[in-house]
Design a protein around this ligand. Structure first.
Ligand SMILES: O=C(O)C(=O)C[C@]1(C(=O)O)C=C[C@@H](O)C=C1
Length: 361
């Protein structure tokens, strides 16, 4: 298959070059009749429209999720589709309305975003292809003329609300919370009167989109809070290994197998693989049944990771491979020399030799 380089508007660069040559607009003379040239240009325009890709994200404009999507070079100049929740974003991908969806998966204060983790664990056919980090901090906003004394009810996305407990406890200890679909939906509800709240927790950039008073700034519990986002597509080949990769998995453990969690962890530790995340989530069918959400340093194309996955697959009743993709921080993965690819290859060759009867050297 030819490699296609995408232009800013989603047009195949090689296609455009070809058409330019064909239409005689590249300095080789306008040898084609005008009508033929126009037909070719029309074809290029149709292609431009049909080749545009759609990216779904938690909207409306101004959310942190939008800021994460803004970091995706291939998404620039493409169609961005604001949606109401993670489920809708992933349904867009699975049902073909969108090429990819940007979703929040972890926050440095709140931990894993459980709706995302549960959706990825249960919806087959999805792959994480990229990771993006966004620094998050929050402001309290309200319709013009509102004062802090007027505020008894606050609208906020639950993950944002959980990051502002300190400030709220100190300044508005008696407030009530109404959940909002996103950090910007919270403010819209307060402005259009559809929310019972008088004020909303929102990203600082909200003032560029809406006419609001900022009642307080920097209300997050941590000034260094970060949310991790992932770009999800339909199942596809993982991006090429970069040496700075991460592999995401969901693993269920066998029942009645004492030490199963330790067995699973050993698959990684005995191959020199560091885990940057391990979290349990209820499977949901009975009390005491959990699945594990895991991020491991390395790529499925690395021998040590492939070997670990084979080990896990052998005893786990269900393994979901969510993807291998470049780490957002581009930090090269470190591991002891004895887990390098060549060491695995040499050991496999040695074993093959034993079986085929090659003399040992
Ligand atoms: O993208 C947004 O602004 C959101 O409202 C979503 C979300 C999340 O799902 O975690 C994103 C980042 C913040 O940590 C809080 C909320």
């Amino acid at each position: 298959m030819p490699v296609v380089v995408r232009g800013d508007q989603g047009v195949d660069i090689d296609e455009v070059t070809f058409l330019r040559g064909e239409a005689g607009t590249t300095g080789h003379g306008n040898s084609l009749p005008r009508s033929a040239r126009q037909r070719i240009i029309r074809r290029a325009k149709v292609k431009r429209v049909t080749e545009r890709r759609t990216y779904s994200y938690l909207g409306p404009a101004g959310t942190f999720t939008e800021a994460a999507l803004d970091q995706v070079a291939e998404a620039r100049g493409q169609e961005w589709r604001p949606v109401h929740n993670v489920g809708e974003a992933l349904a867009d991908v699975l049902e073909g309305r969108s090429h990819a969806a940007m979703i929040a998966i972890e926050n440095s204060i709140e931990g894993g975003v459980s709706t995302t983790q549960d959706a990825l664990a249960t919806l087959p056919g999805l792959r994480i292809v990229g990771e993006y980090l966004v620094k998050v901090n929050f402001v309290l906003v309200a319709p013009r003329g509102t004062t802090l004394e007027d505020v008894t009810v606050i609208a906020a996305h639950p993950v944002a609300y959980a990051q502002c407990h300190g400030w709220l406890g100190e300044h508005l200890p008696n407030h009530a919370h109404v959940p909002a679909a996103s950090n910007v939906a919270s403010a819209i509800g307060v402005l259009d009167g559809s929310s019972p709240a008088q004020a909303a927790i929102a990203p600082p950039g909200i003032v560029q989109h809406y006419d609001v008073d900022v009642l307080a700034s920097e209300i997050g519990d941590s000034t260094s809070a970060v949310t991790r986002f992932v770009l999800v597509t339909r199942t596809t080949m993982p991006p090429e290994p970069t040496g700075a990769d991460k592999t995401s998995l969901i693993v269920e453990l066998p029942d009645d197998h004492p030490g199963a969690l330790l067995d699973m962890l050993e698959q990684f530790s005995t191959r020199g693989i560091n885990l940057s995340l391990i979290e349990s989530r209820p499977i949901g069918d009975a009390l005491g049944r959990y699945r594990f959400v895991i991020d491991a340093d390395g790529h499925v194309a690395d021998e040590r990771m492939a070997d670990a996955l084979l080990g896990i697959r052998r005893f786990s009743p269900r393994v979901v491979f969510l993807g291998s993709y470049p780490r957002a921080d581009r930090k090269i993965v470190q591991y002891p020399d004895r887990y390098a690819d060549e060491v695995f290859v040499e050991a496999r060759d040695w074993l093959r030799g034993l079986i085929t009867g090659e003399p040992e050297v």
